[in-house]
Design a protein around this ligand. Structure first.
Ligand SMILES: Cc1ncc(COP(=O)(O)O)c(C=O)c1O
Length: 348
């Protein structure tokens, strides 16, 4: 029996409950709940051919379109196989075995995952217990000379809470010796972005994904932005073909249909308001969110109600293992929110 690396032995297994979701109302993964723009599907269908599949991917059509959409130059970002690979590339580029990565808890599980796989020392700070807000002063005090990377989601998953650009700047300035990633997977729902700040701060990295608002989680594509010098190094640390050709074509089609996204955001924010109002009516405590999901408190019945909702065809995500009694629901359309609230009311 071969022995894996010590870092891998020490890791807790991570397996999100991602099977058996088909045909159900999927309010458990913060995905787009109505699907990608039809133009994306058409572009993939047009591009699909036996001959096309024989060729290693080329990104010369996609990169200029994405650069234009995001307002950067082509040498200021890498394409990545989702944010997940962006996190991995950043850690592999800047963090050596045994070095320190600073992140938050609870947050997106992949920060700790990739830092641990790389053999880094992970330090986690907690969101404030009272309102799950970001504890800026505590965080700034926790940045040490040995901190090599900082990984923060803005807004954060699963809390839904965000930080301001002033707070981002305070962190980036205090940690000028570290790579600071601001993961903006849910940017479109809050409108706060650190992307223009990459021009000013050579230690700032910003990620975006096509998995959420764009409705393309299955394609696995995202972007990681930073100054061109950093991007050069990240290219060195990344496989040249990690984003498949159809995903690259899909991303290009997606950014060419911005109205589709704007309409979806409007609908999801209205659905989120309906969910708030429903919780208030039902006396369910919740945390106001800056993203397309809401964390709410069911107390001791959280897992039971999650399971009963599933039996009724509605999927939500239990988070009680990290915030006692809490469950997270995705805001999709207003009709979906109404269905969720109706089923929840029945169970309470
Ligand atoms: C904060 C955050 N970042 C990134 C992701 C996933 O991104 P991707 O599908 O691009 O790997 C998620 C998904 O849940 C997330 O919550």
């Amino acid at each position: 029996m071969l022995s894996p690396r010590r870092a891998v032995i020490a890791m807790a297994p991570y397996s999100p409950p991602s099977s058996g979701r088909k045909g159900k109302l999927r309010l458990d993964f913060n995905e787009n709940t109505v699907g990608s723009s039809p133009k994306v599907v058409e572009a993939i269908q047009r591009a699909l051919s036996a001959d096309g599949l024989t060729v290693y991917p080329e990104y010369f059509d996609t990169k200029p379109a994405l650069a234009k959409f995001f307002g950067v130059t082509e040498d200021e970002f890498i394409l990545a196989n989702g944010t997940d690979e962006a996190i991995q590339v950043l850690v592999n580029t800047y963090v050596d075995d045994g070095q320190e990565v600073l992140t938050m808890h609870p947050s997106y599980a992949m920060y700790k995952f990739y830092a641990e796989v790389a053999g880094a020392k992970v330090r986690e700070l907690s969101y404030r217990e009272s309102d799950l807000s970001f504890p800026l002063e505590t965080f700034l005090d926790a940045i040490r000379p040995e901190t090599r990377a900082i990984l923060i989601a803005n807004p954060n998953n699963p809390t839904g809470t965000g930080i301001t650009l002033e707070q981002v700047v305070a962190i980036v300035e205090r940690a000028s010796h570290a790579a600071v990633l601001i993961d903006e997977a849910y940017f479109e729902f809050c409108g706060v972005t650190a992307l223009p700040l990459i021009e000013r701060y050579p230690n700032l990295f910003v990620s975006r994904t096509f998995s959420k608002v764009f409705g393309m989680a299955a394609m696995r594509i995202g972007c990681l932005f930073s100054q061109a010098e950093n991007v050069k190094y990240m290219h060195k640390a990344q496989s040249p073909y990690s984003v498949n050709q159809l995903a690259a074509i899909a991303a290009r089609a997606a950014v060419e249909d911005p109205d589709y996204i704007a309409n979806y955001v409007r609908e999801a924010l209205a659905a989120r308001d309906d969910i708030y109002r429903g919780f208030e009516r039902l006396g369910v405590p919740y945390y106001p969110s800056q993203a397309n999901f809401v964390l709410f408190r069911l107390g001791e019945r959280s897992i039971e109600i999650r399971d009963k909702l599933r039996e009724r065809g509605v999927l939500v995500r239990d988070r009680s293992y990290e915030i006692a009694g809490c469950v997270r629901v995705t805001a999709g359309t207003r009709a979906q929110a109404a269905r969720f609230l109706e089923e929840l009311e029945r169970l309470l």
